[in-house]
Design a protein around this ligand. Structure first.
Ligand SMILES: [Zn+2]
Ligand SMILES: [Zn+2]
Length: 235
């Protein structure tokens, strides 16, 4: 293997000069010859620039997995659509969105419950009450990898659900943890709960917020991975 990896295309922060930062999240997952784009970020110019900079052809993807219908995750949708693409989205997405996918004559997987929609790729299913969101579980070499968009349903609840679905501790958890409004004490509680799930490595980014990211880096020490646009992680 060795070529199975996650490349962060779009994030609030950048790992390398030449990339554009922007509020939002998008990542490319390459696994066993399949390419999956996780979310699109907000802005077409940023997505297309960063993808080109990283040598990623957005028209060569097999799947587009969308976590939730907020503009910082689906805003650059038009840059990600192309013939033959399979779009995996929560069933609760708007009829306007579904019409766009139908008009583009693309296959759609409308997710409610957890489903393995491709070999080694599983959705947690739609989680949360007010803002419904799905997260992605990838069957990685070192164990299950969980990727979240904004984690509106709660990062601990999502991680617990994914751990149960995978049947073993997560090897890696990356994405937005949505901790901007949490106090330091609450962030420490969340870190303790994630440790209890025996997650091996974490890479919080996007809407986690700089303060919570710094606290989690302290808490997790060598198990913390800095994740920004341009970061590449073997899985
Ligand atoms: Zn977000
Ligand atoms: Zn959101």
């Amino acid at each position: 293997m060795g070529s199975n990896r996650v490349t962060i295309i779009y994030d609030n922060r950048i790992a390398r000069d030449g990339l554009y930062p922007g509020w939002g999240f998008s990542a490319l997952i390459e696994k066993d010859g399949e390419q999956l784009l996780f979310d699109t970020g907000a802005d077409i110019i940023i997505l297309e620039h960063n993808a080109a900079f990283l040598g990623i052809d957005l028209k060569k993807t097999d799947y587009l997995f969308l976590s939730h219908e907020h503009c910082d995750h689906v805003g650059a949708l038009s840059s990600a659509l192309h013939e033959g693409l399979i779009v995996v989205h929560p069933d609760s997405f708007s009829s306007g969105f579904k019409d766009r996918i139908a008009d583009a004559k693309l296959e759609a997987v409308a997710v409610t419950d957890s489903v393995e929609f491709a070999p080694g790729f599983r959705s947690t299913g739609e989680l949360g009450d007010e803002i419904k969101e799905q997260s992605l579980i990838i069957d990685g070499e070192a164990g299950p990898v969980l990727i979240t968009g904004c984690a509106h349903p709660g990062i601990v609840d999502i991680a617990r659900c994914a751990t149960e679905l995978a049947g073993k501790p997560l090897a890696l958890l990356i994405g937005g943890f949505h901790l901007l409004t949490k106090s330091d004490a609450q962030v420490h509680e969340i870190a303790a709960a994630l440790k209890q799930l025996q997650i091996k490595q974490i890479g919080p980014c996007h809407c986690t917020g700089d303060r919570a990211i710094a606290l989690l880096a302290d808490e997790f020490g060598p198990a913390f991975i800095p994740v920004k646009a341009g970061t590449i992680i073997e899985i």
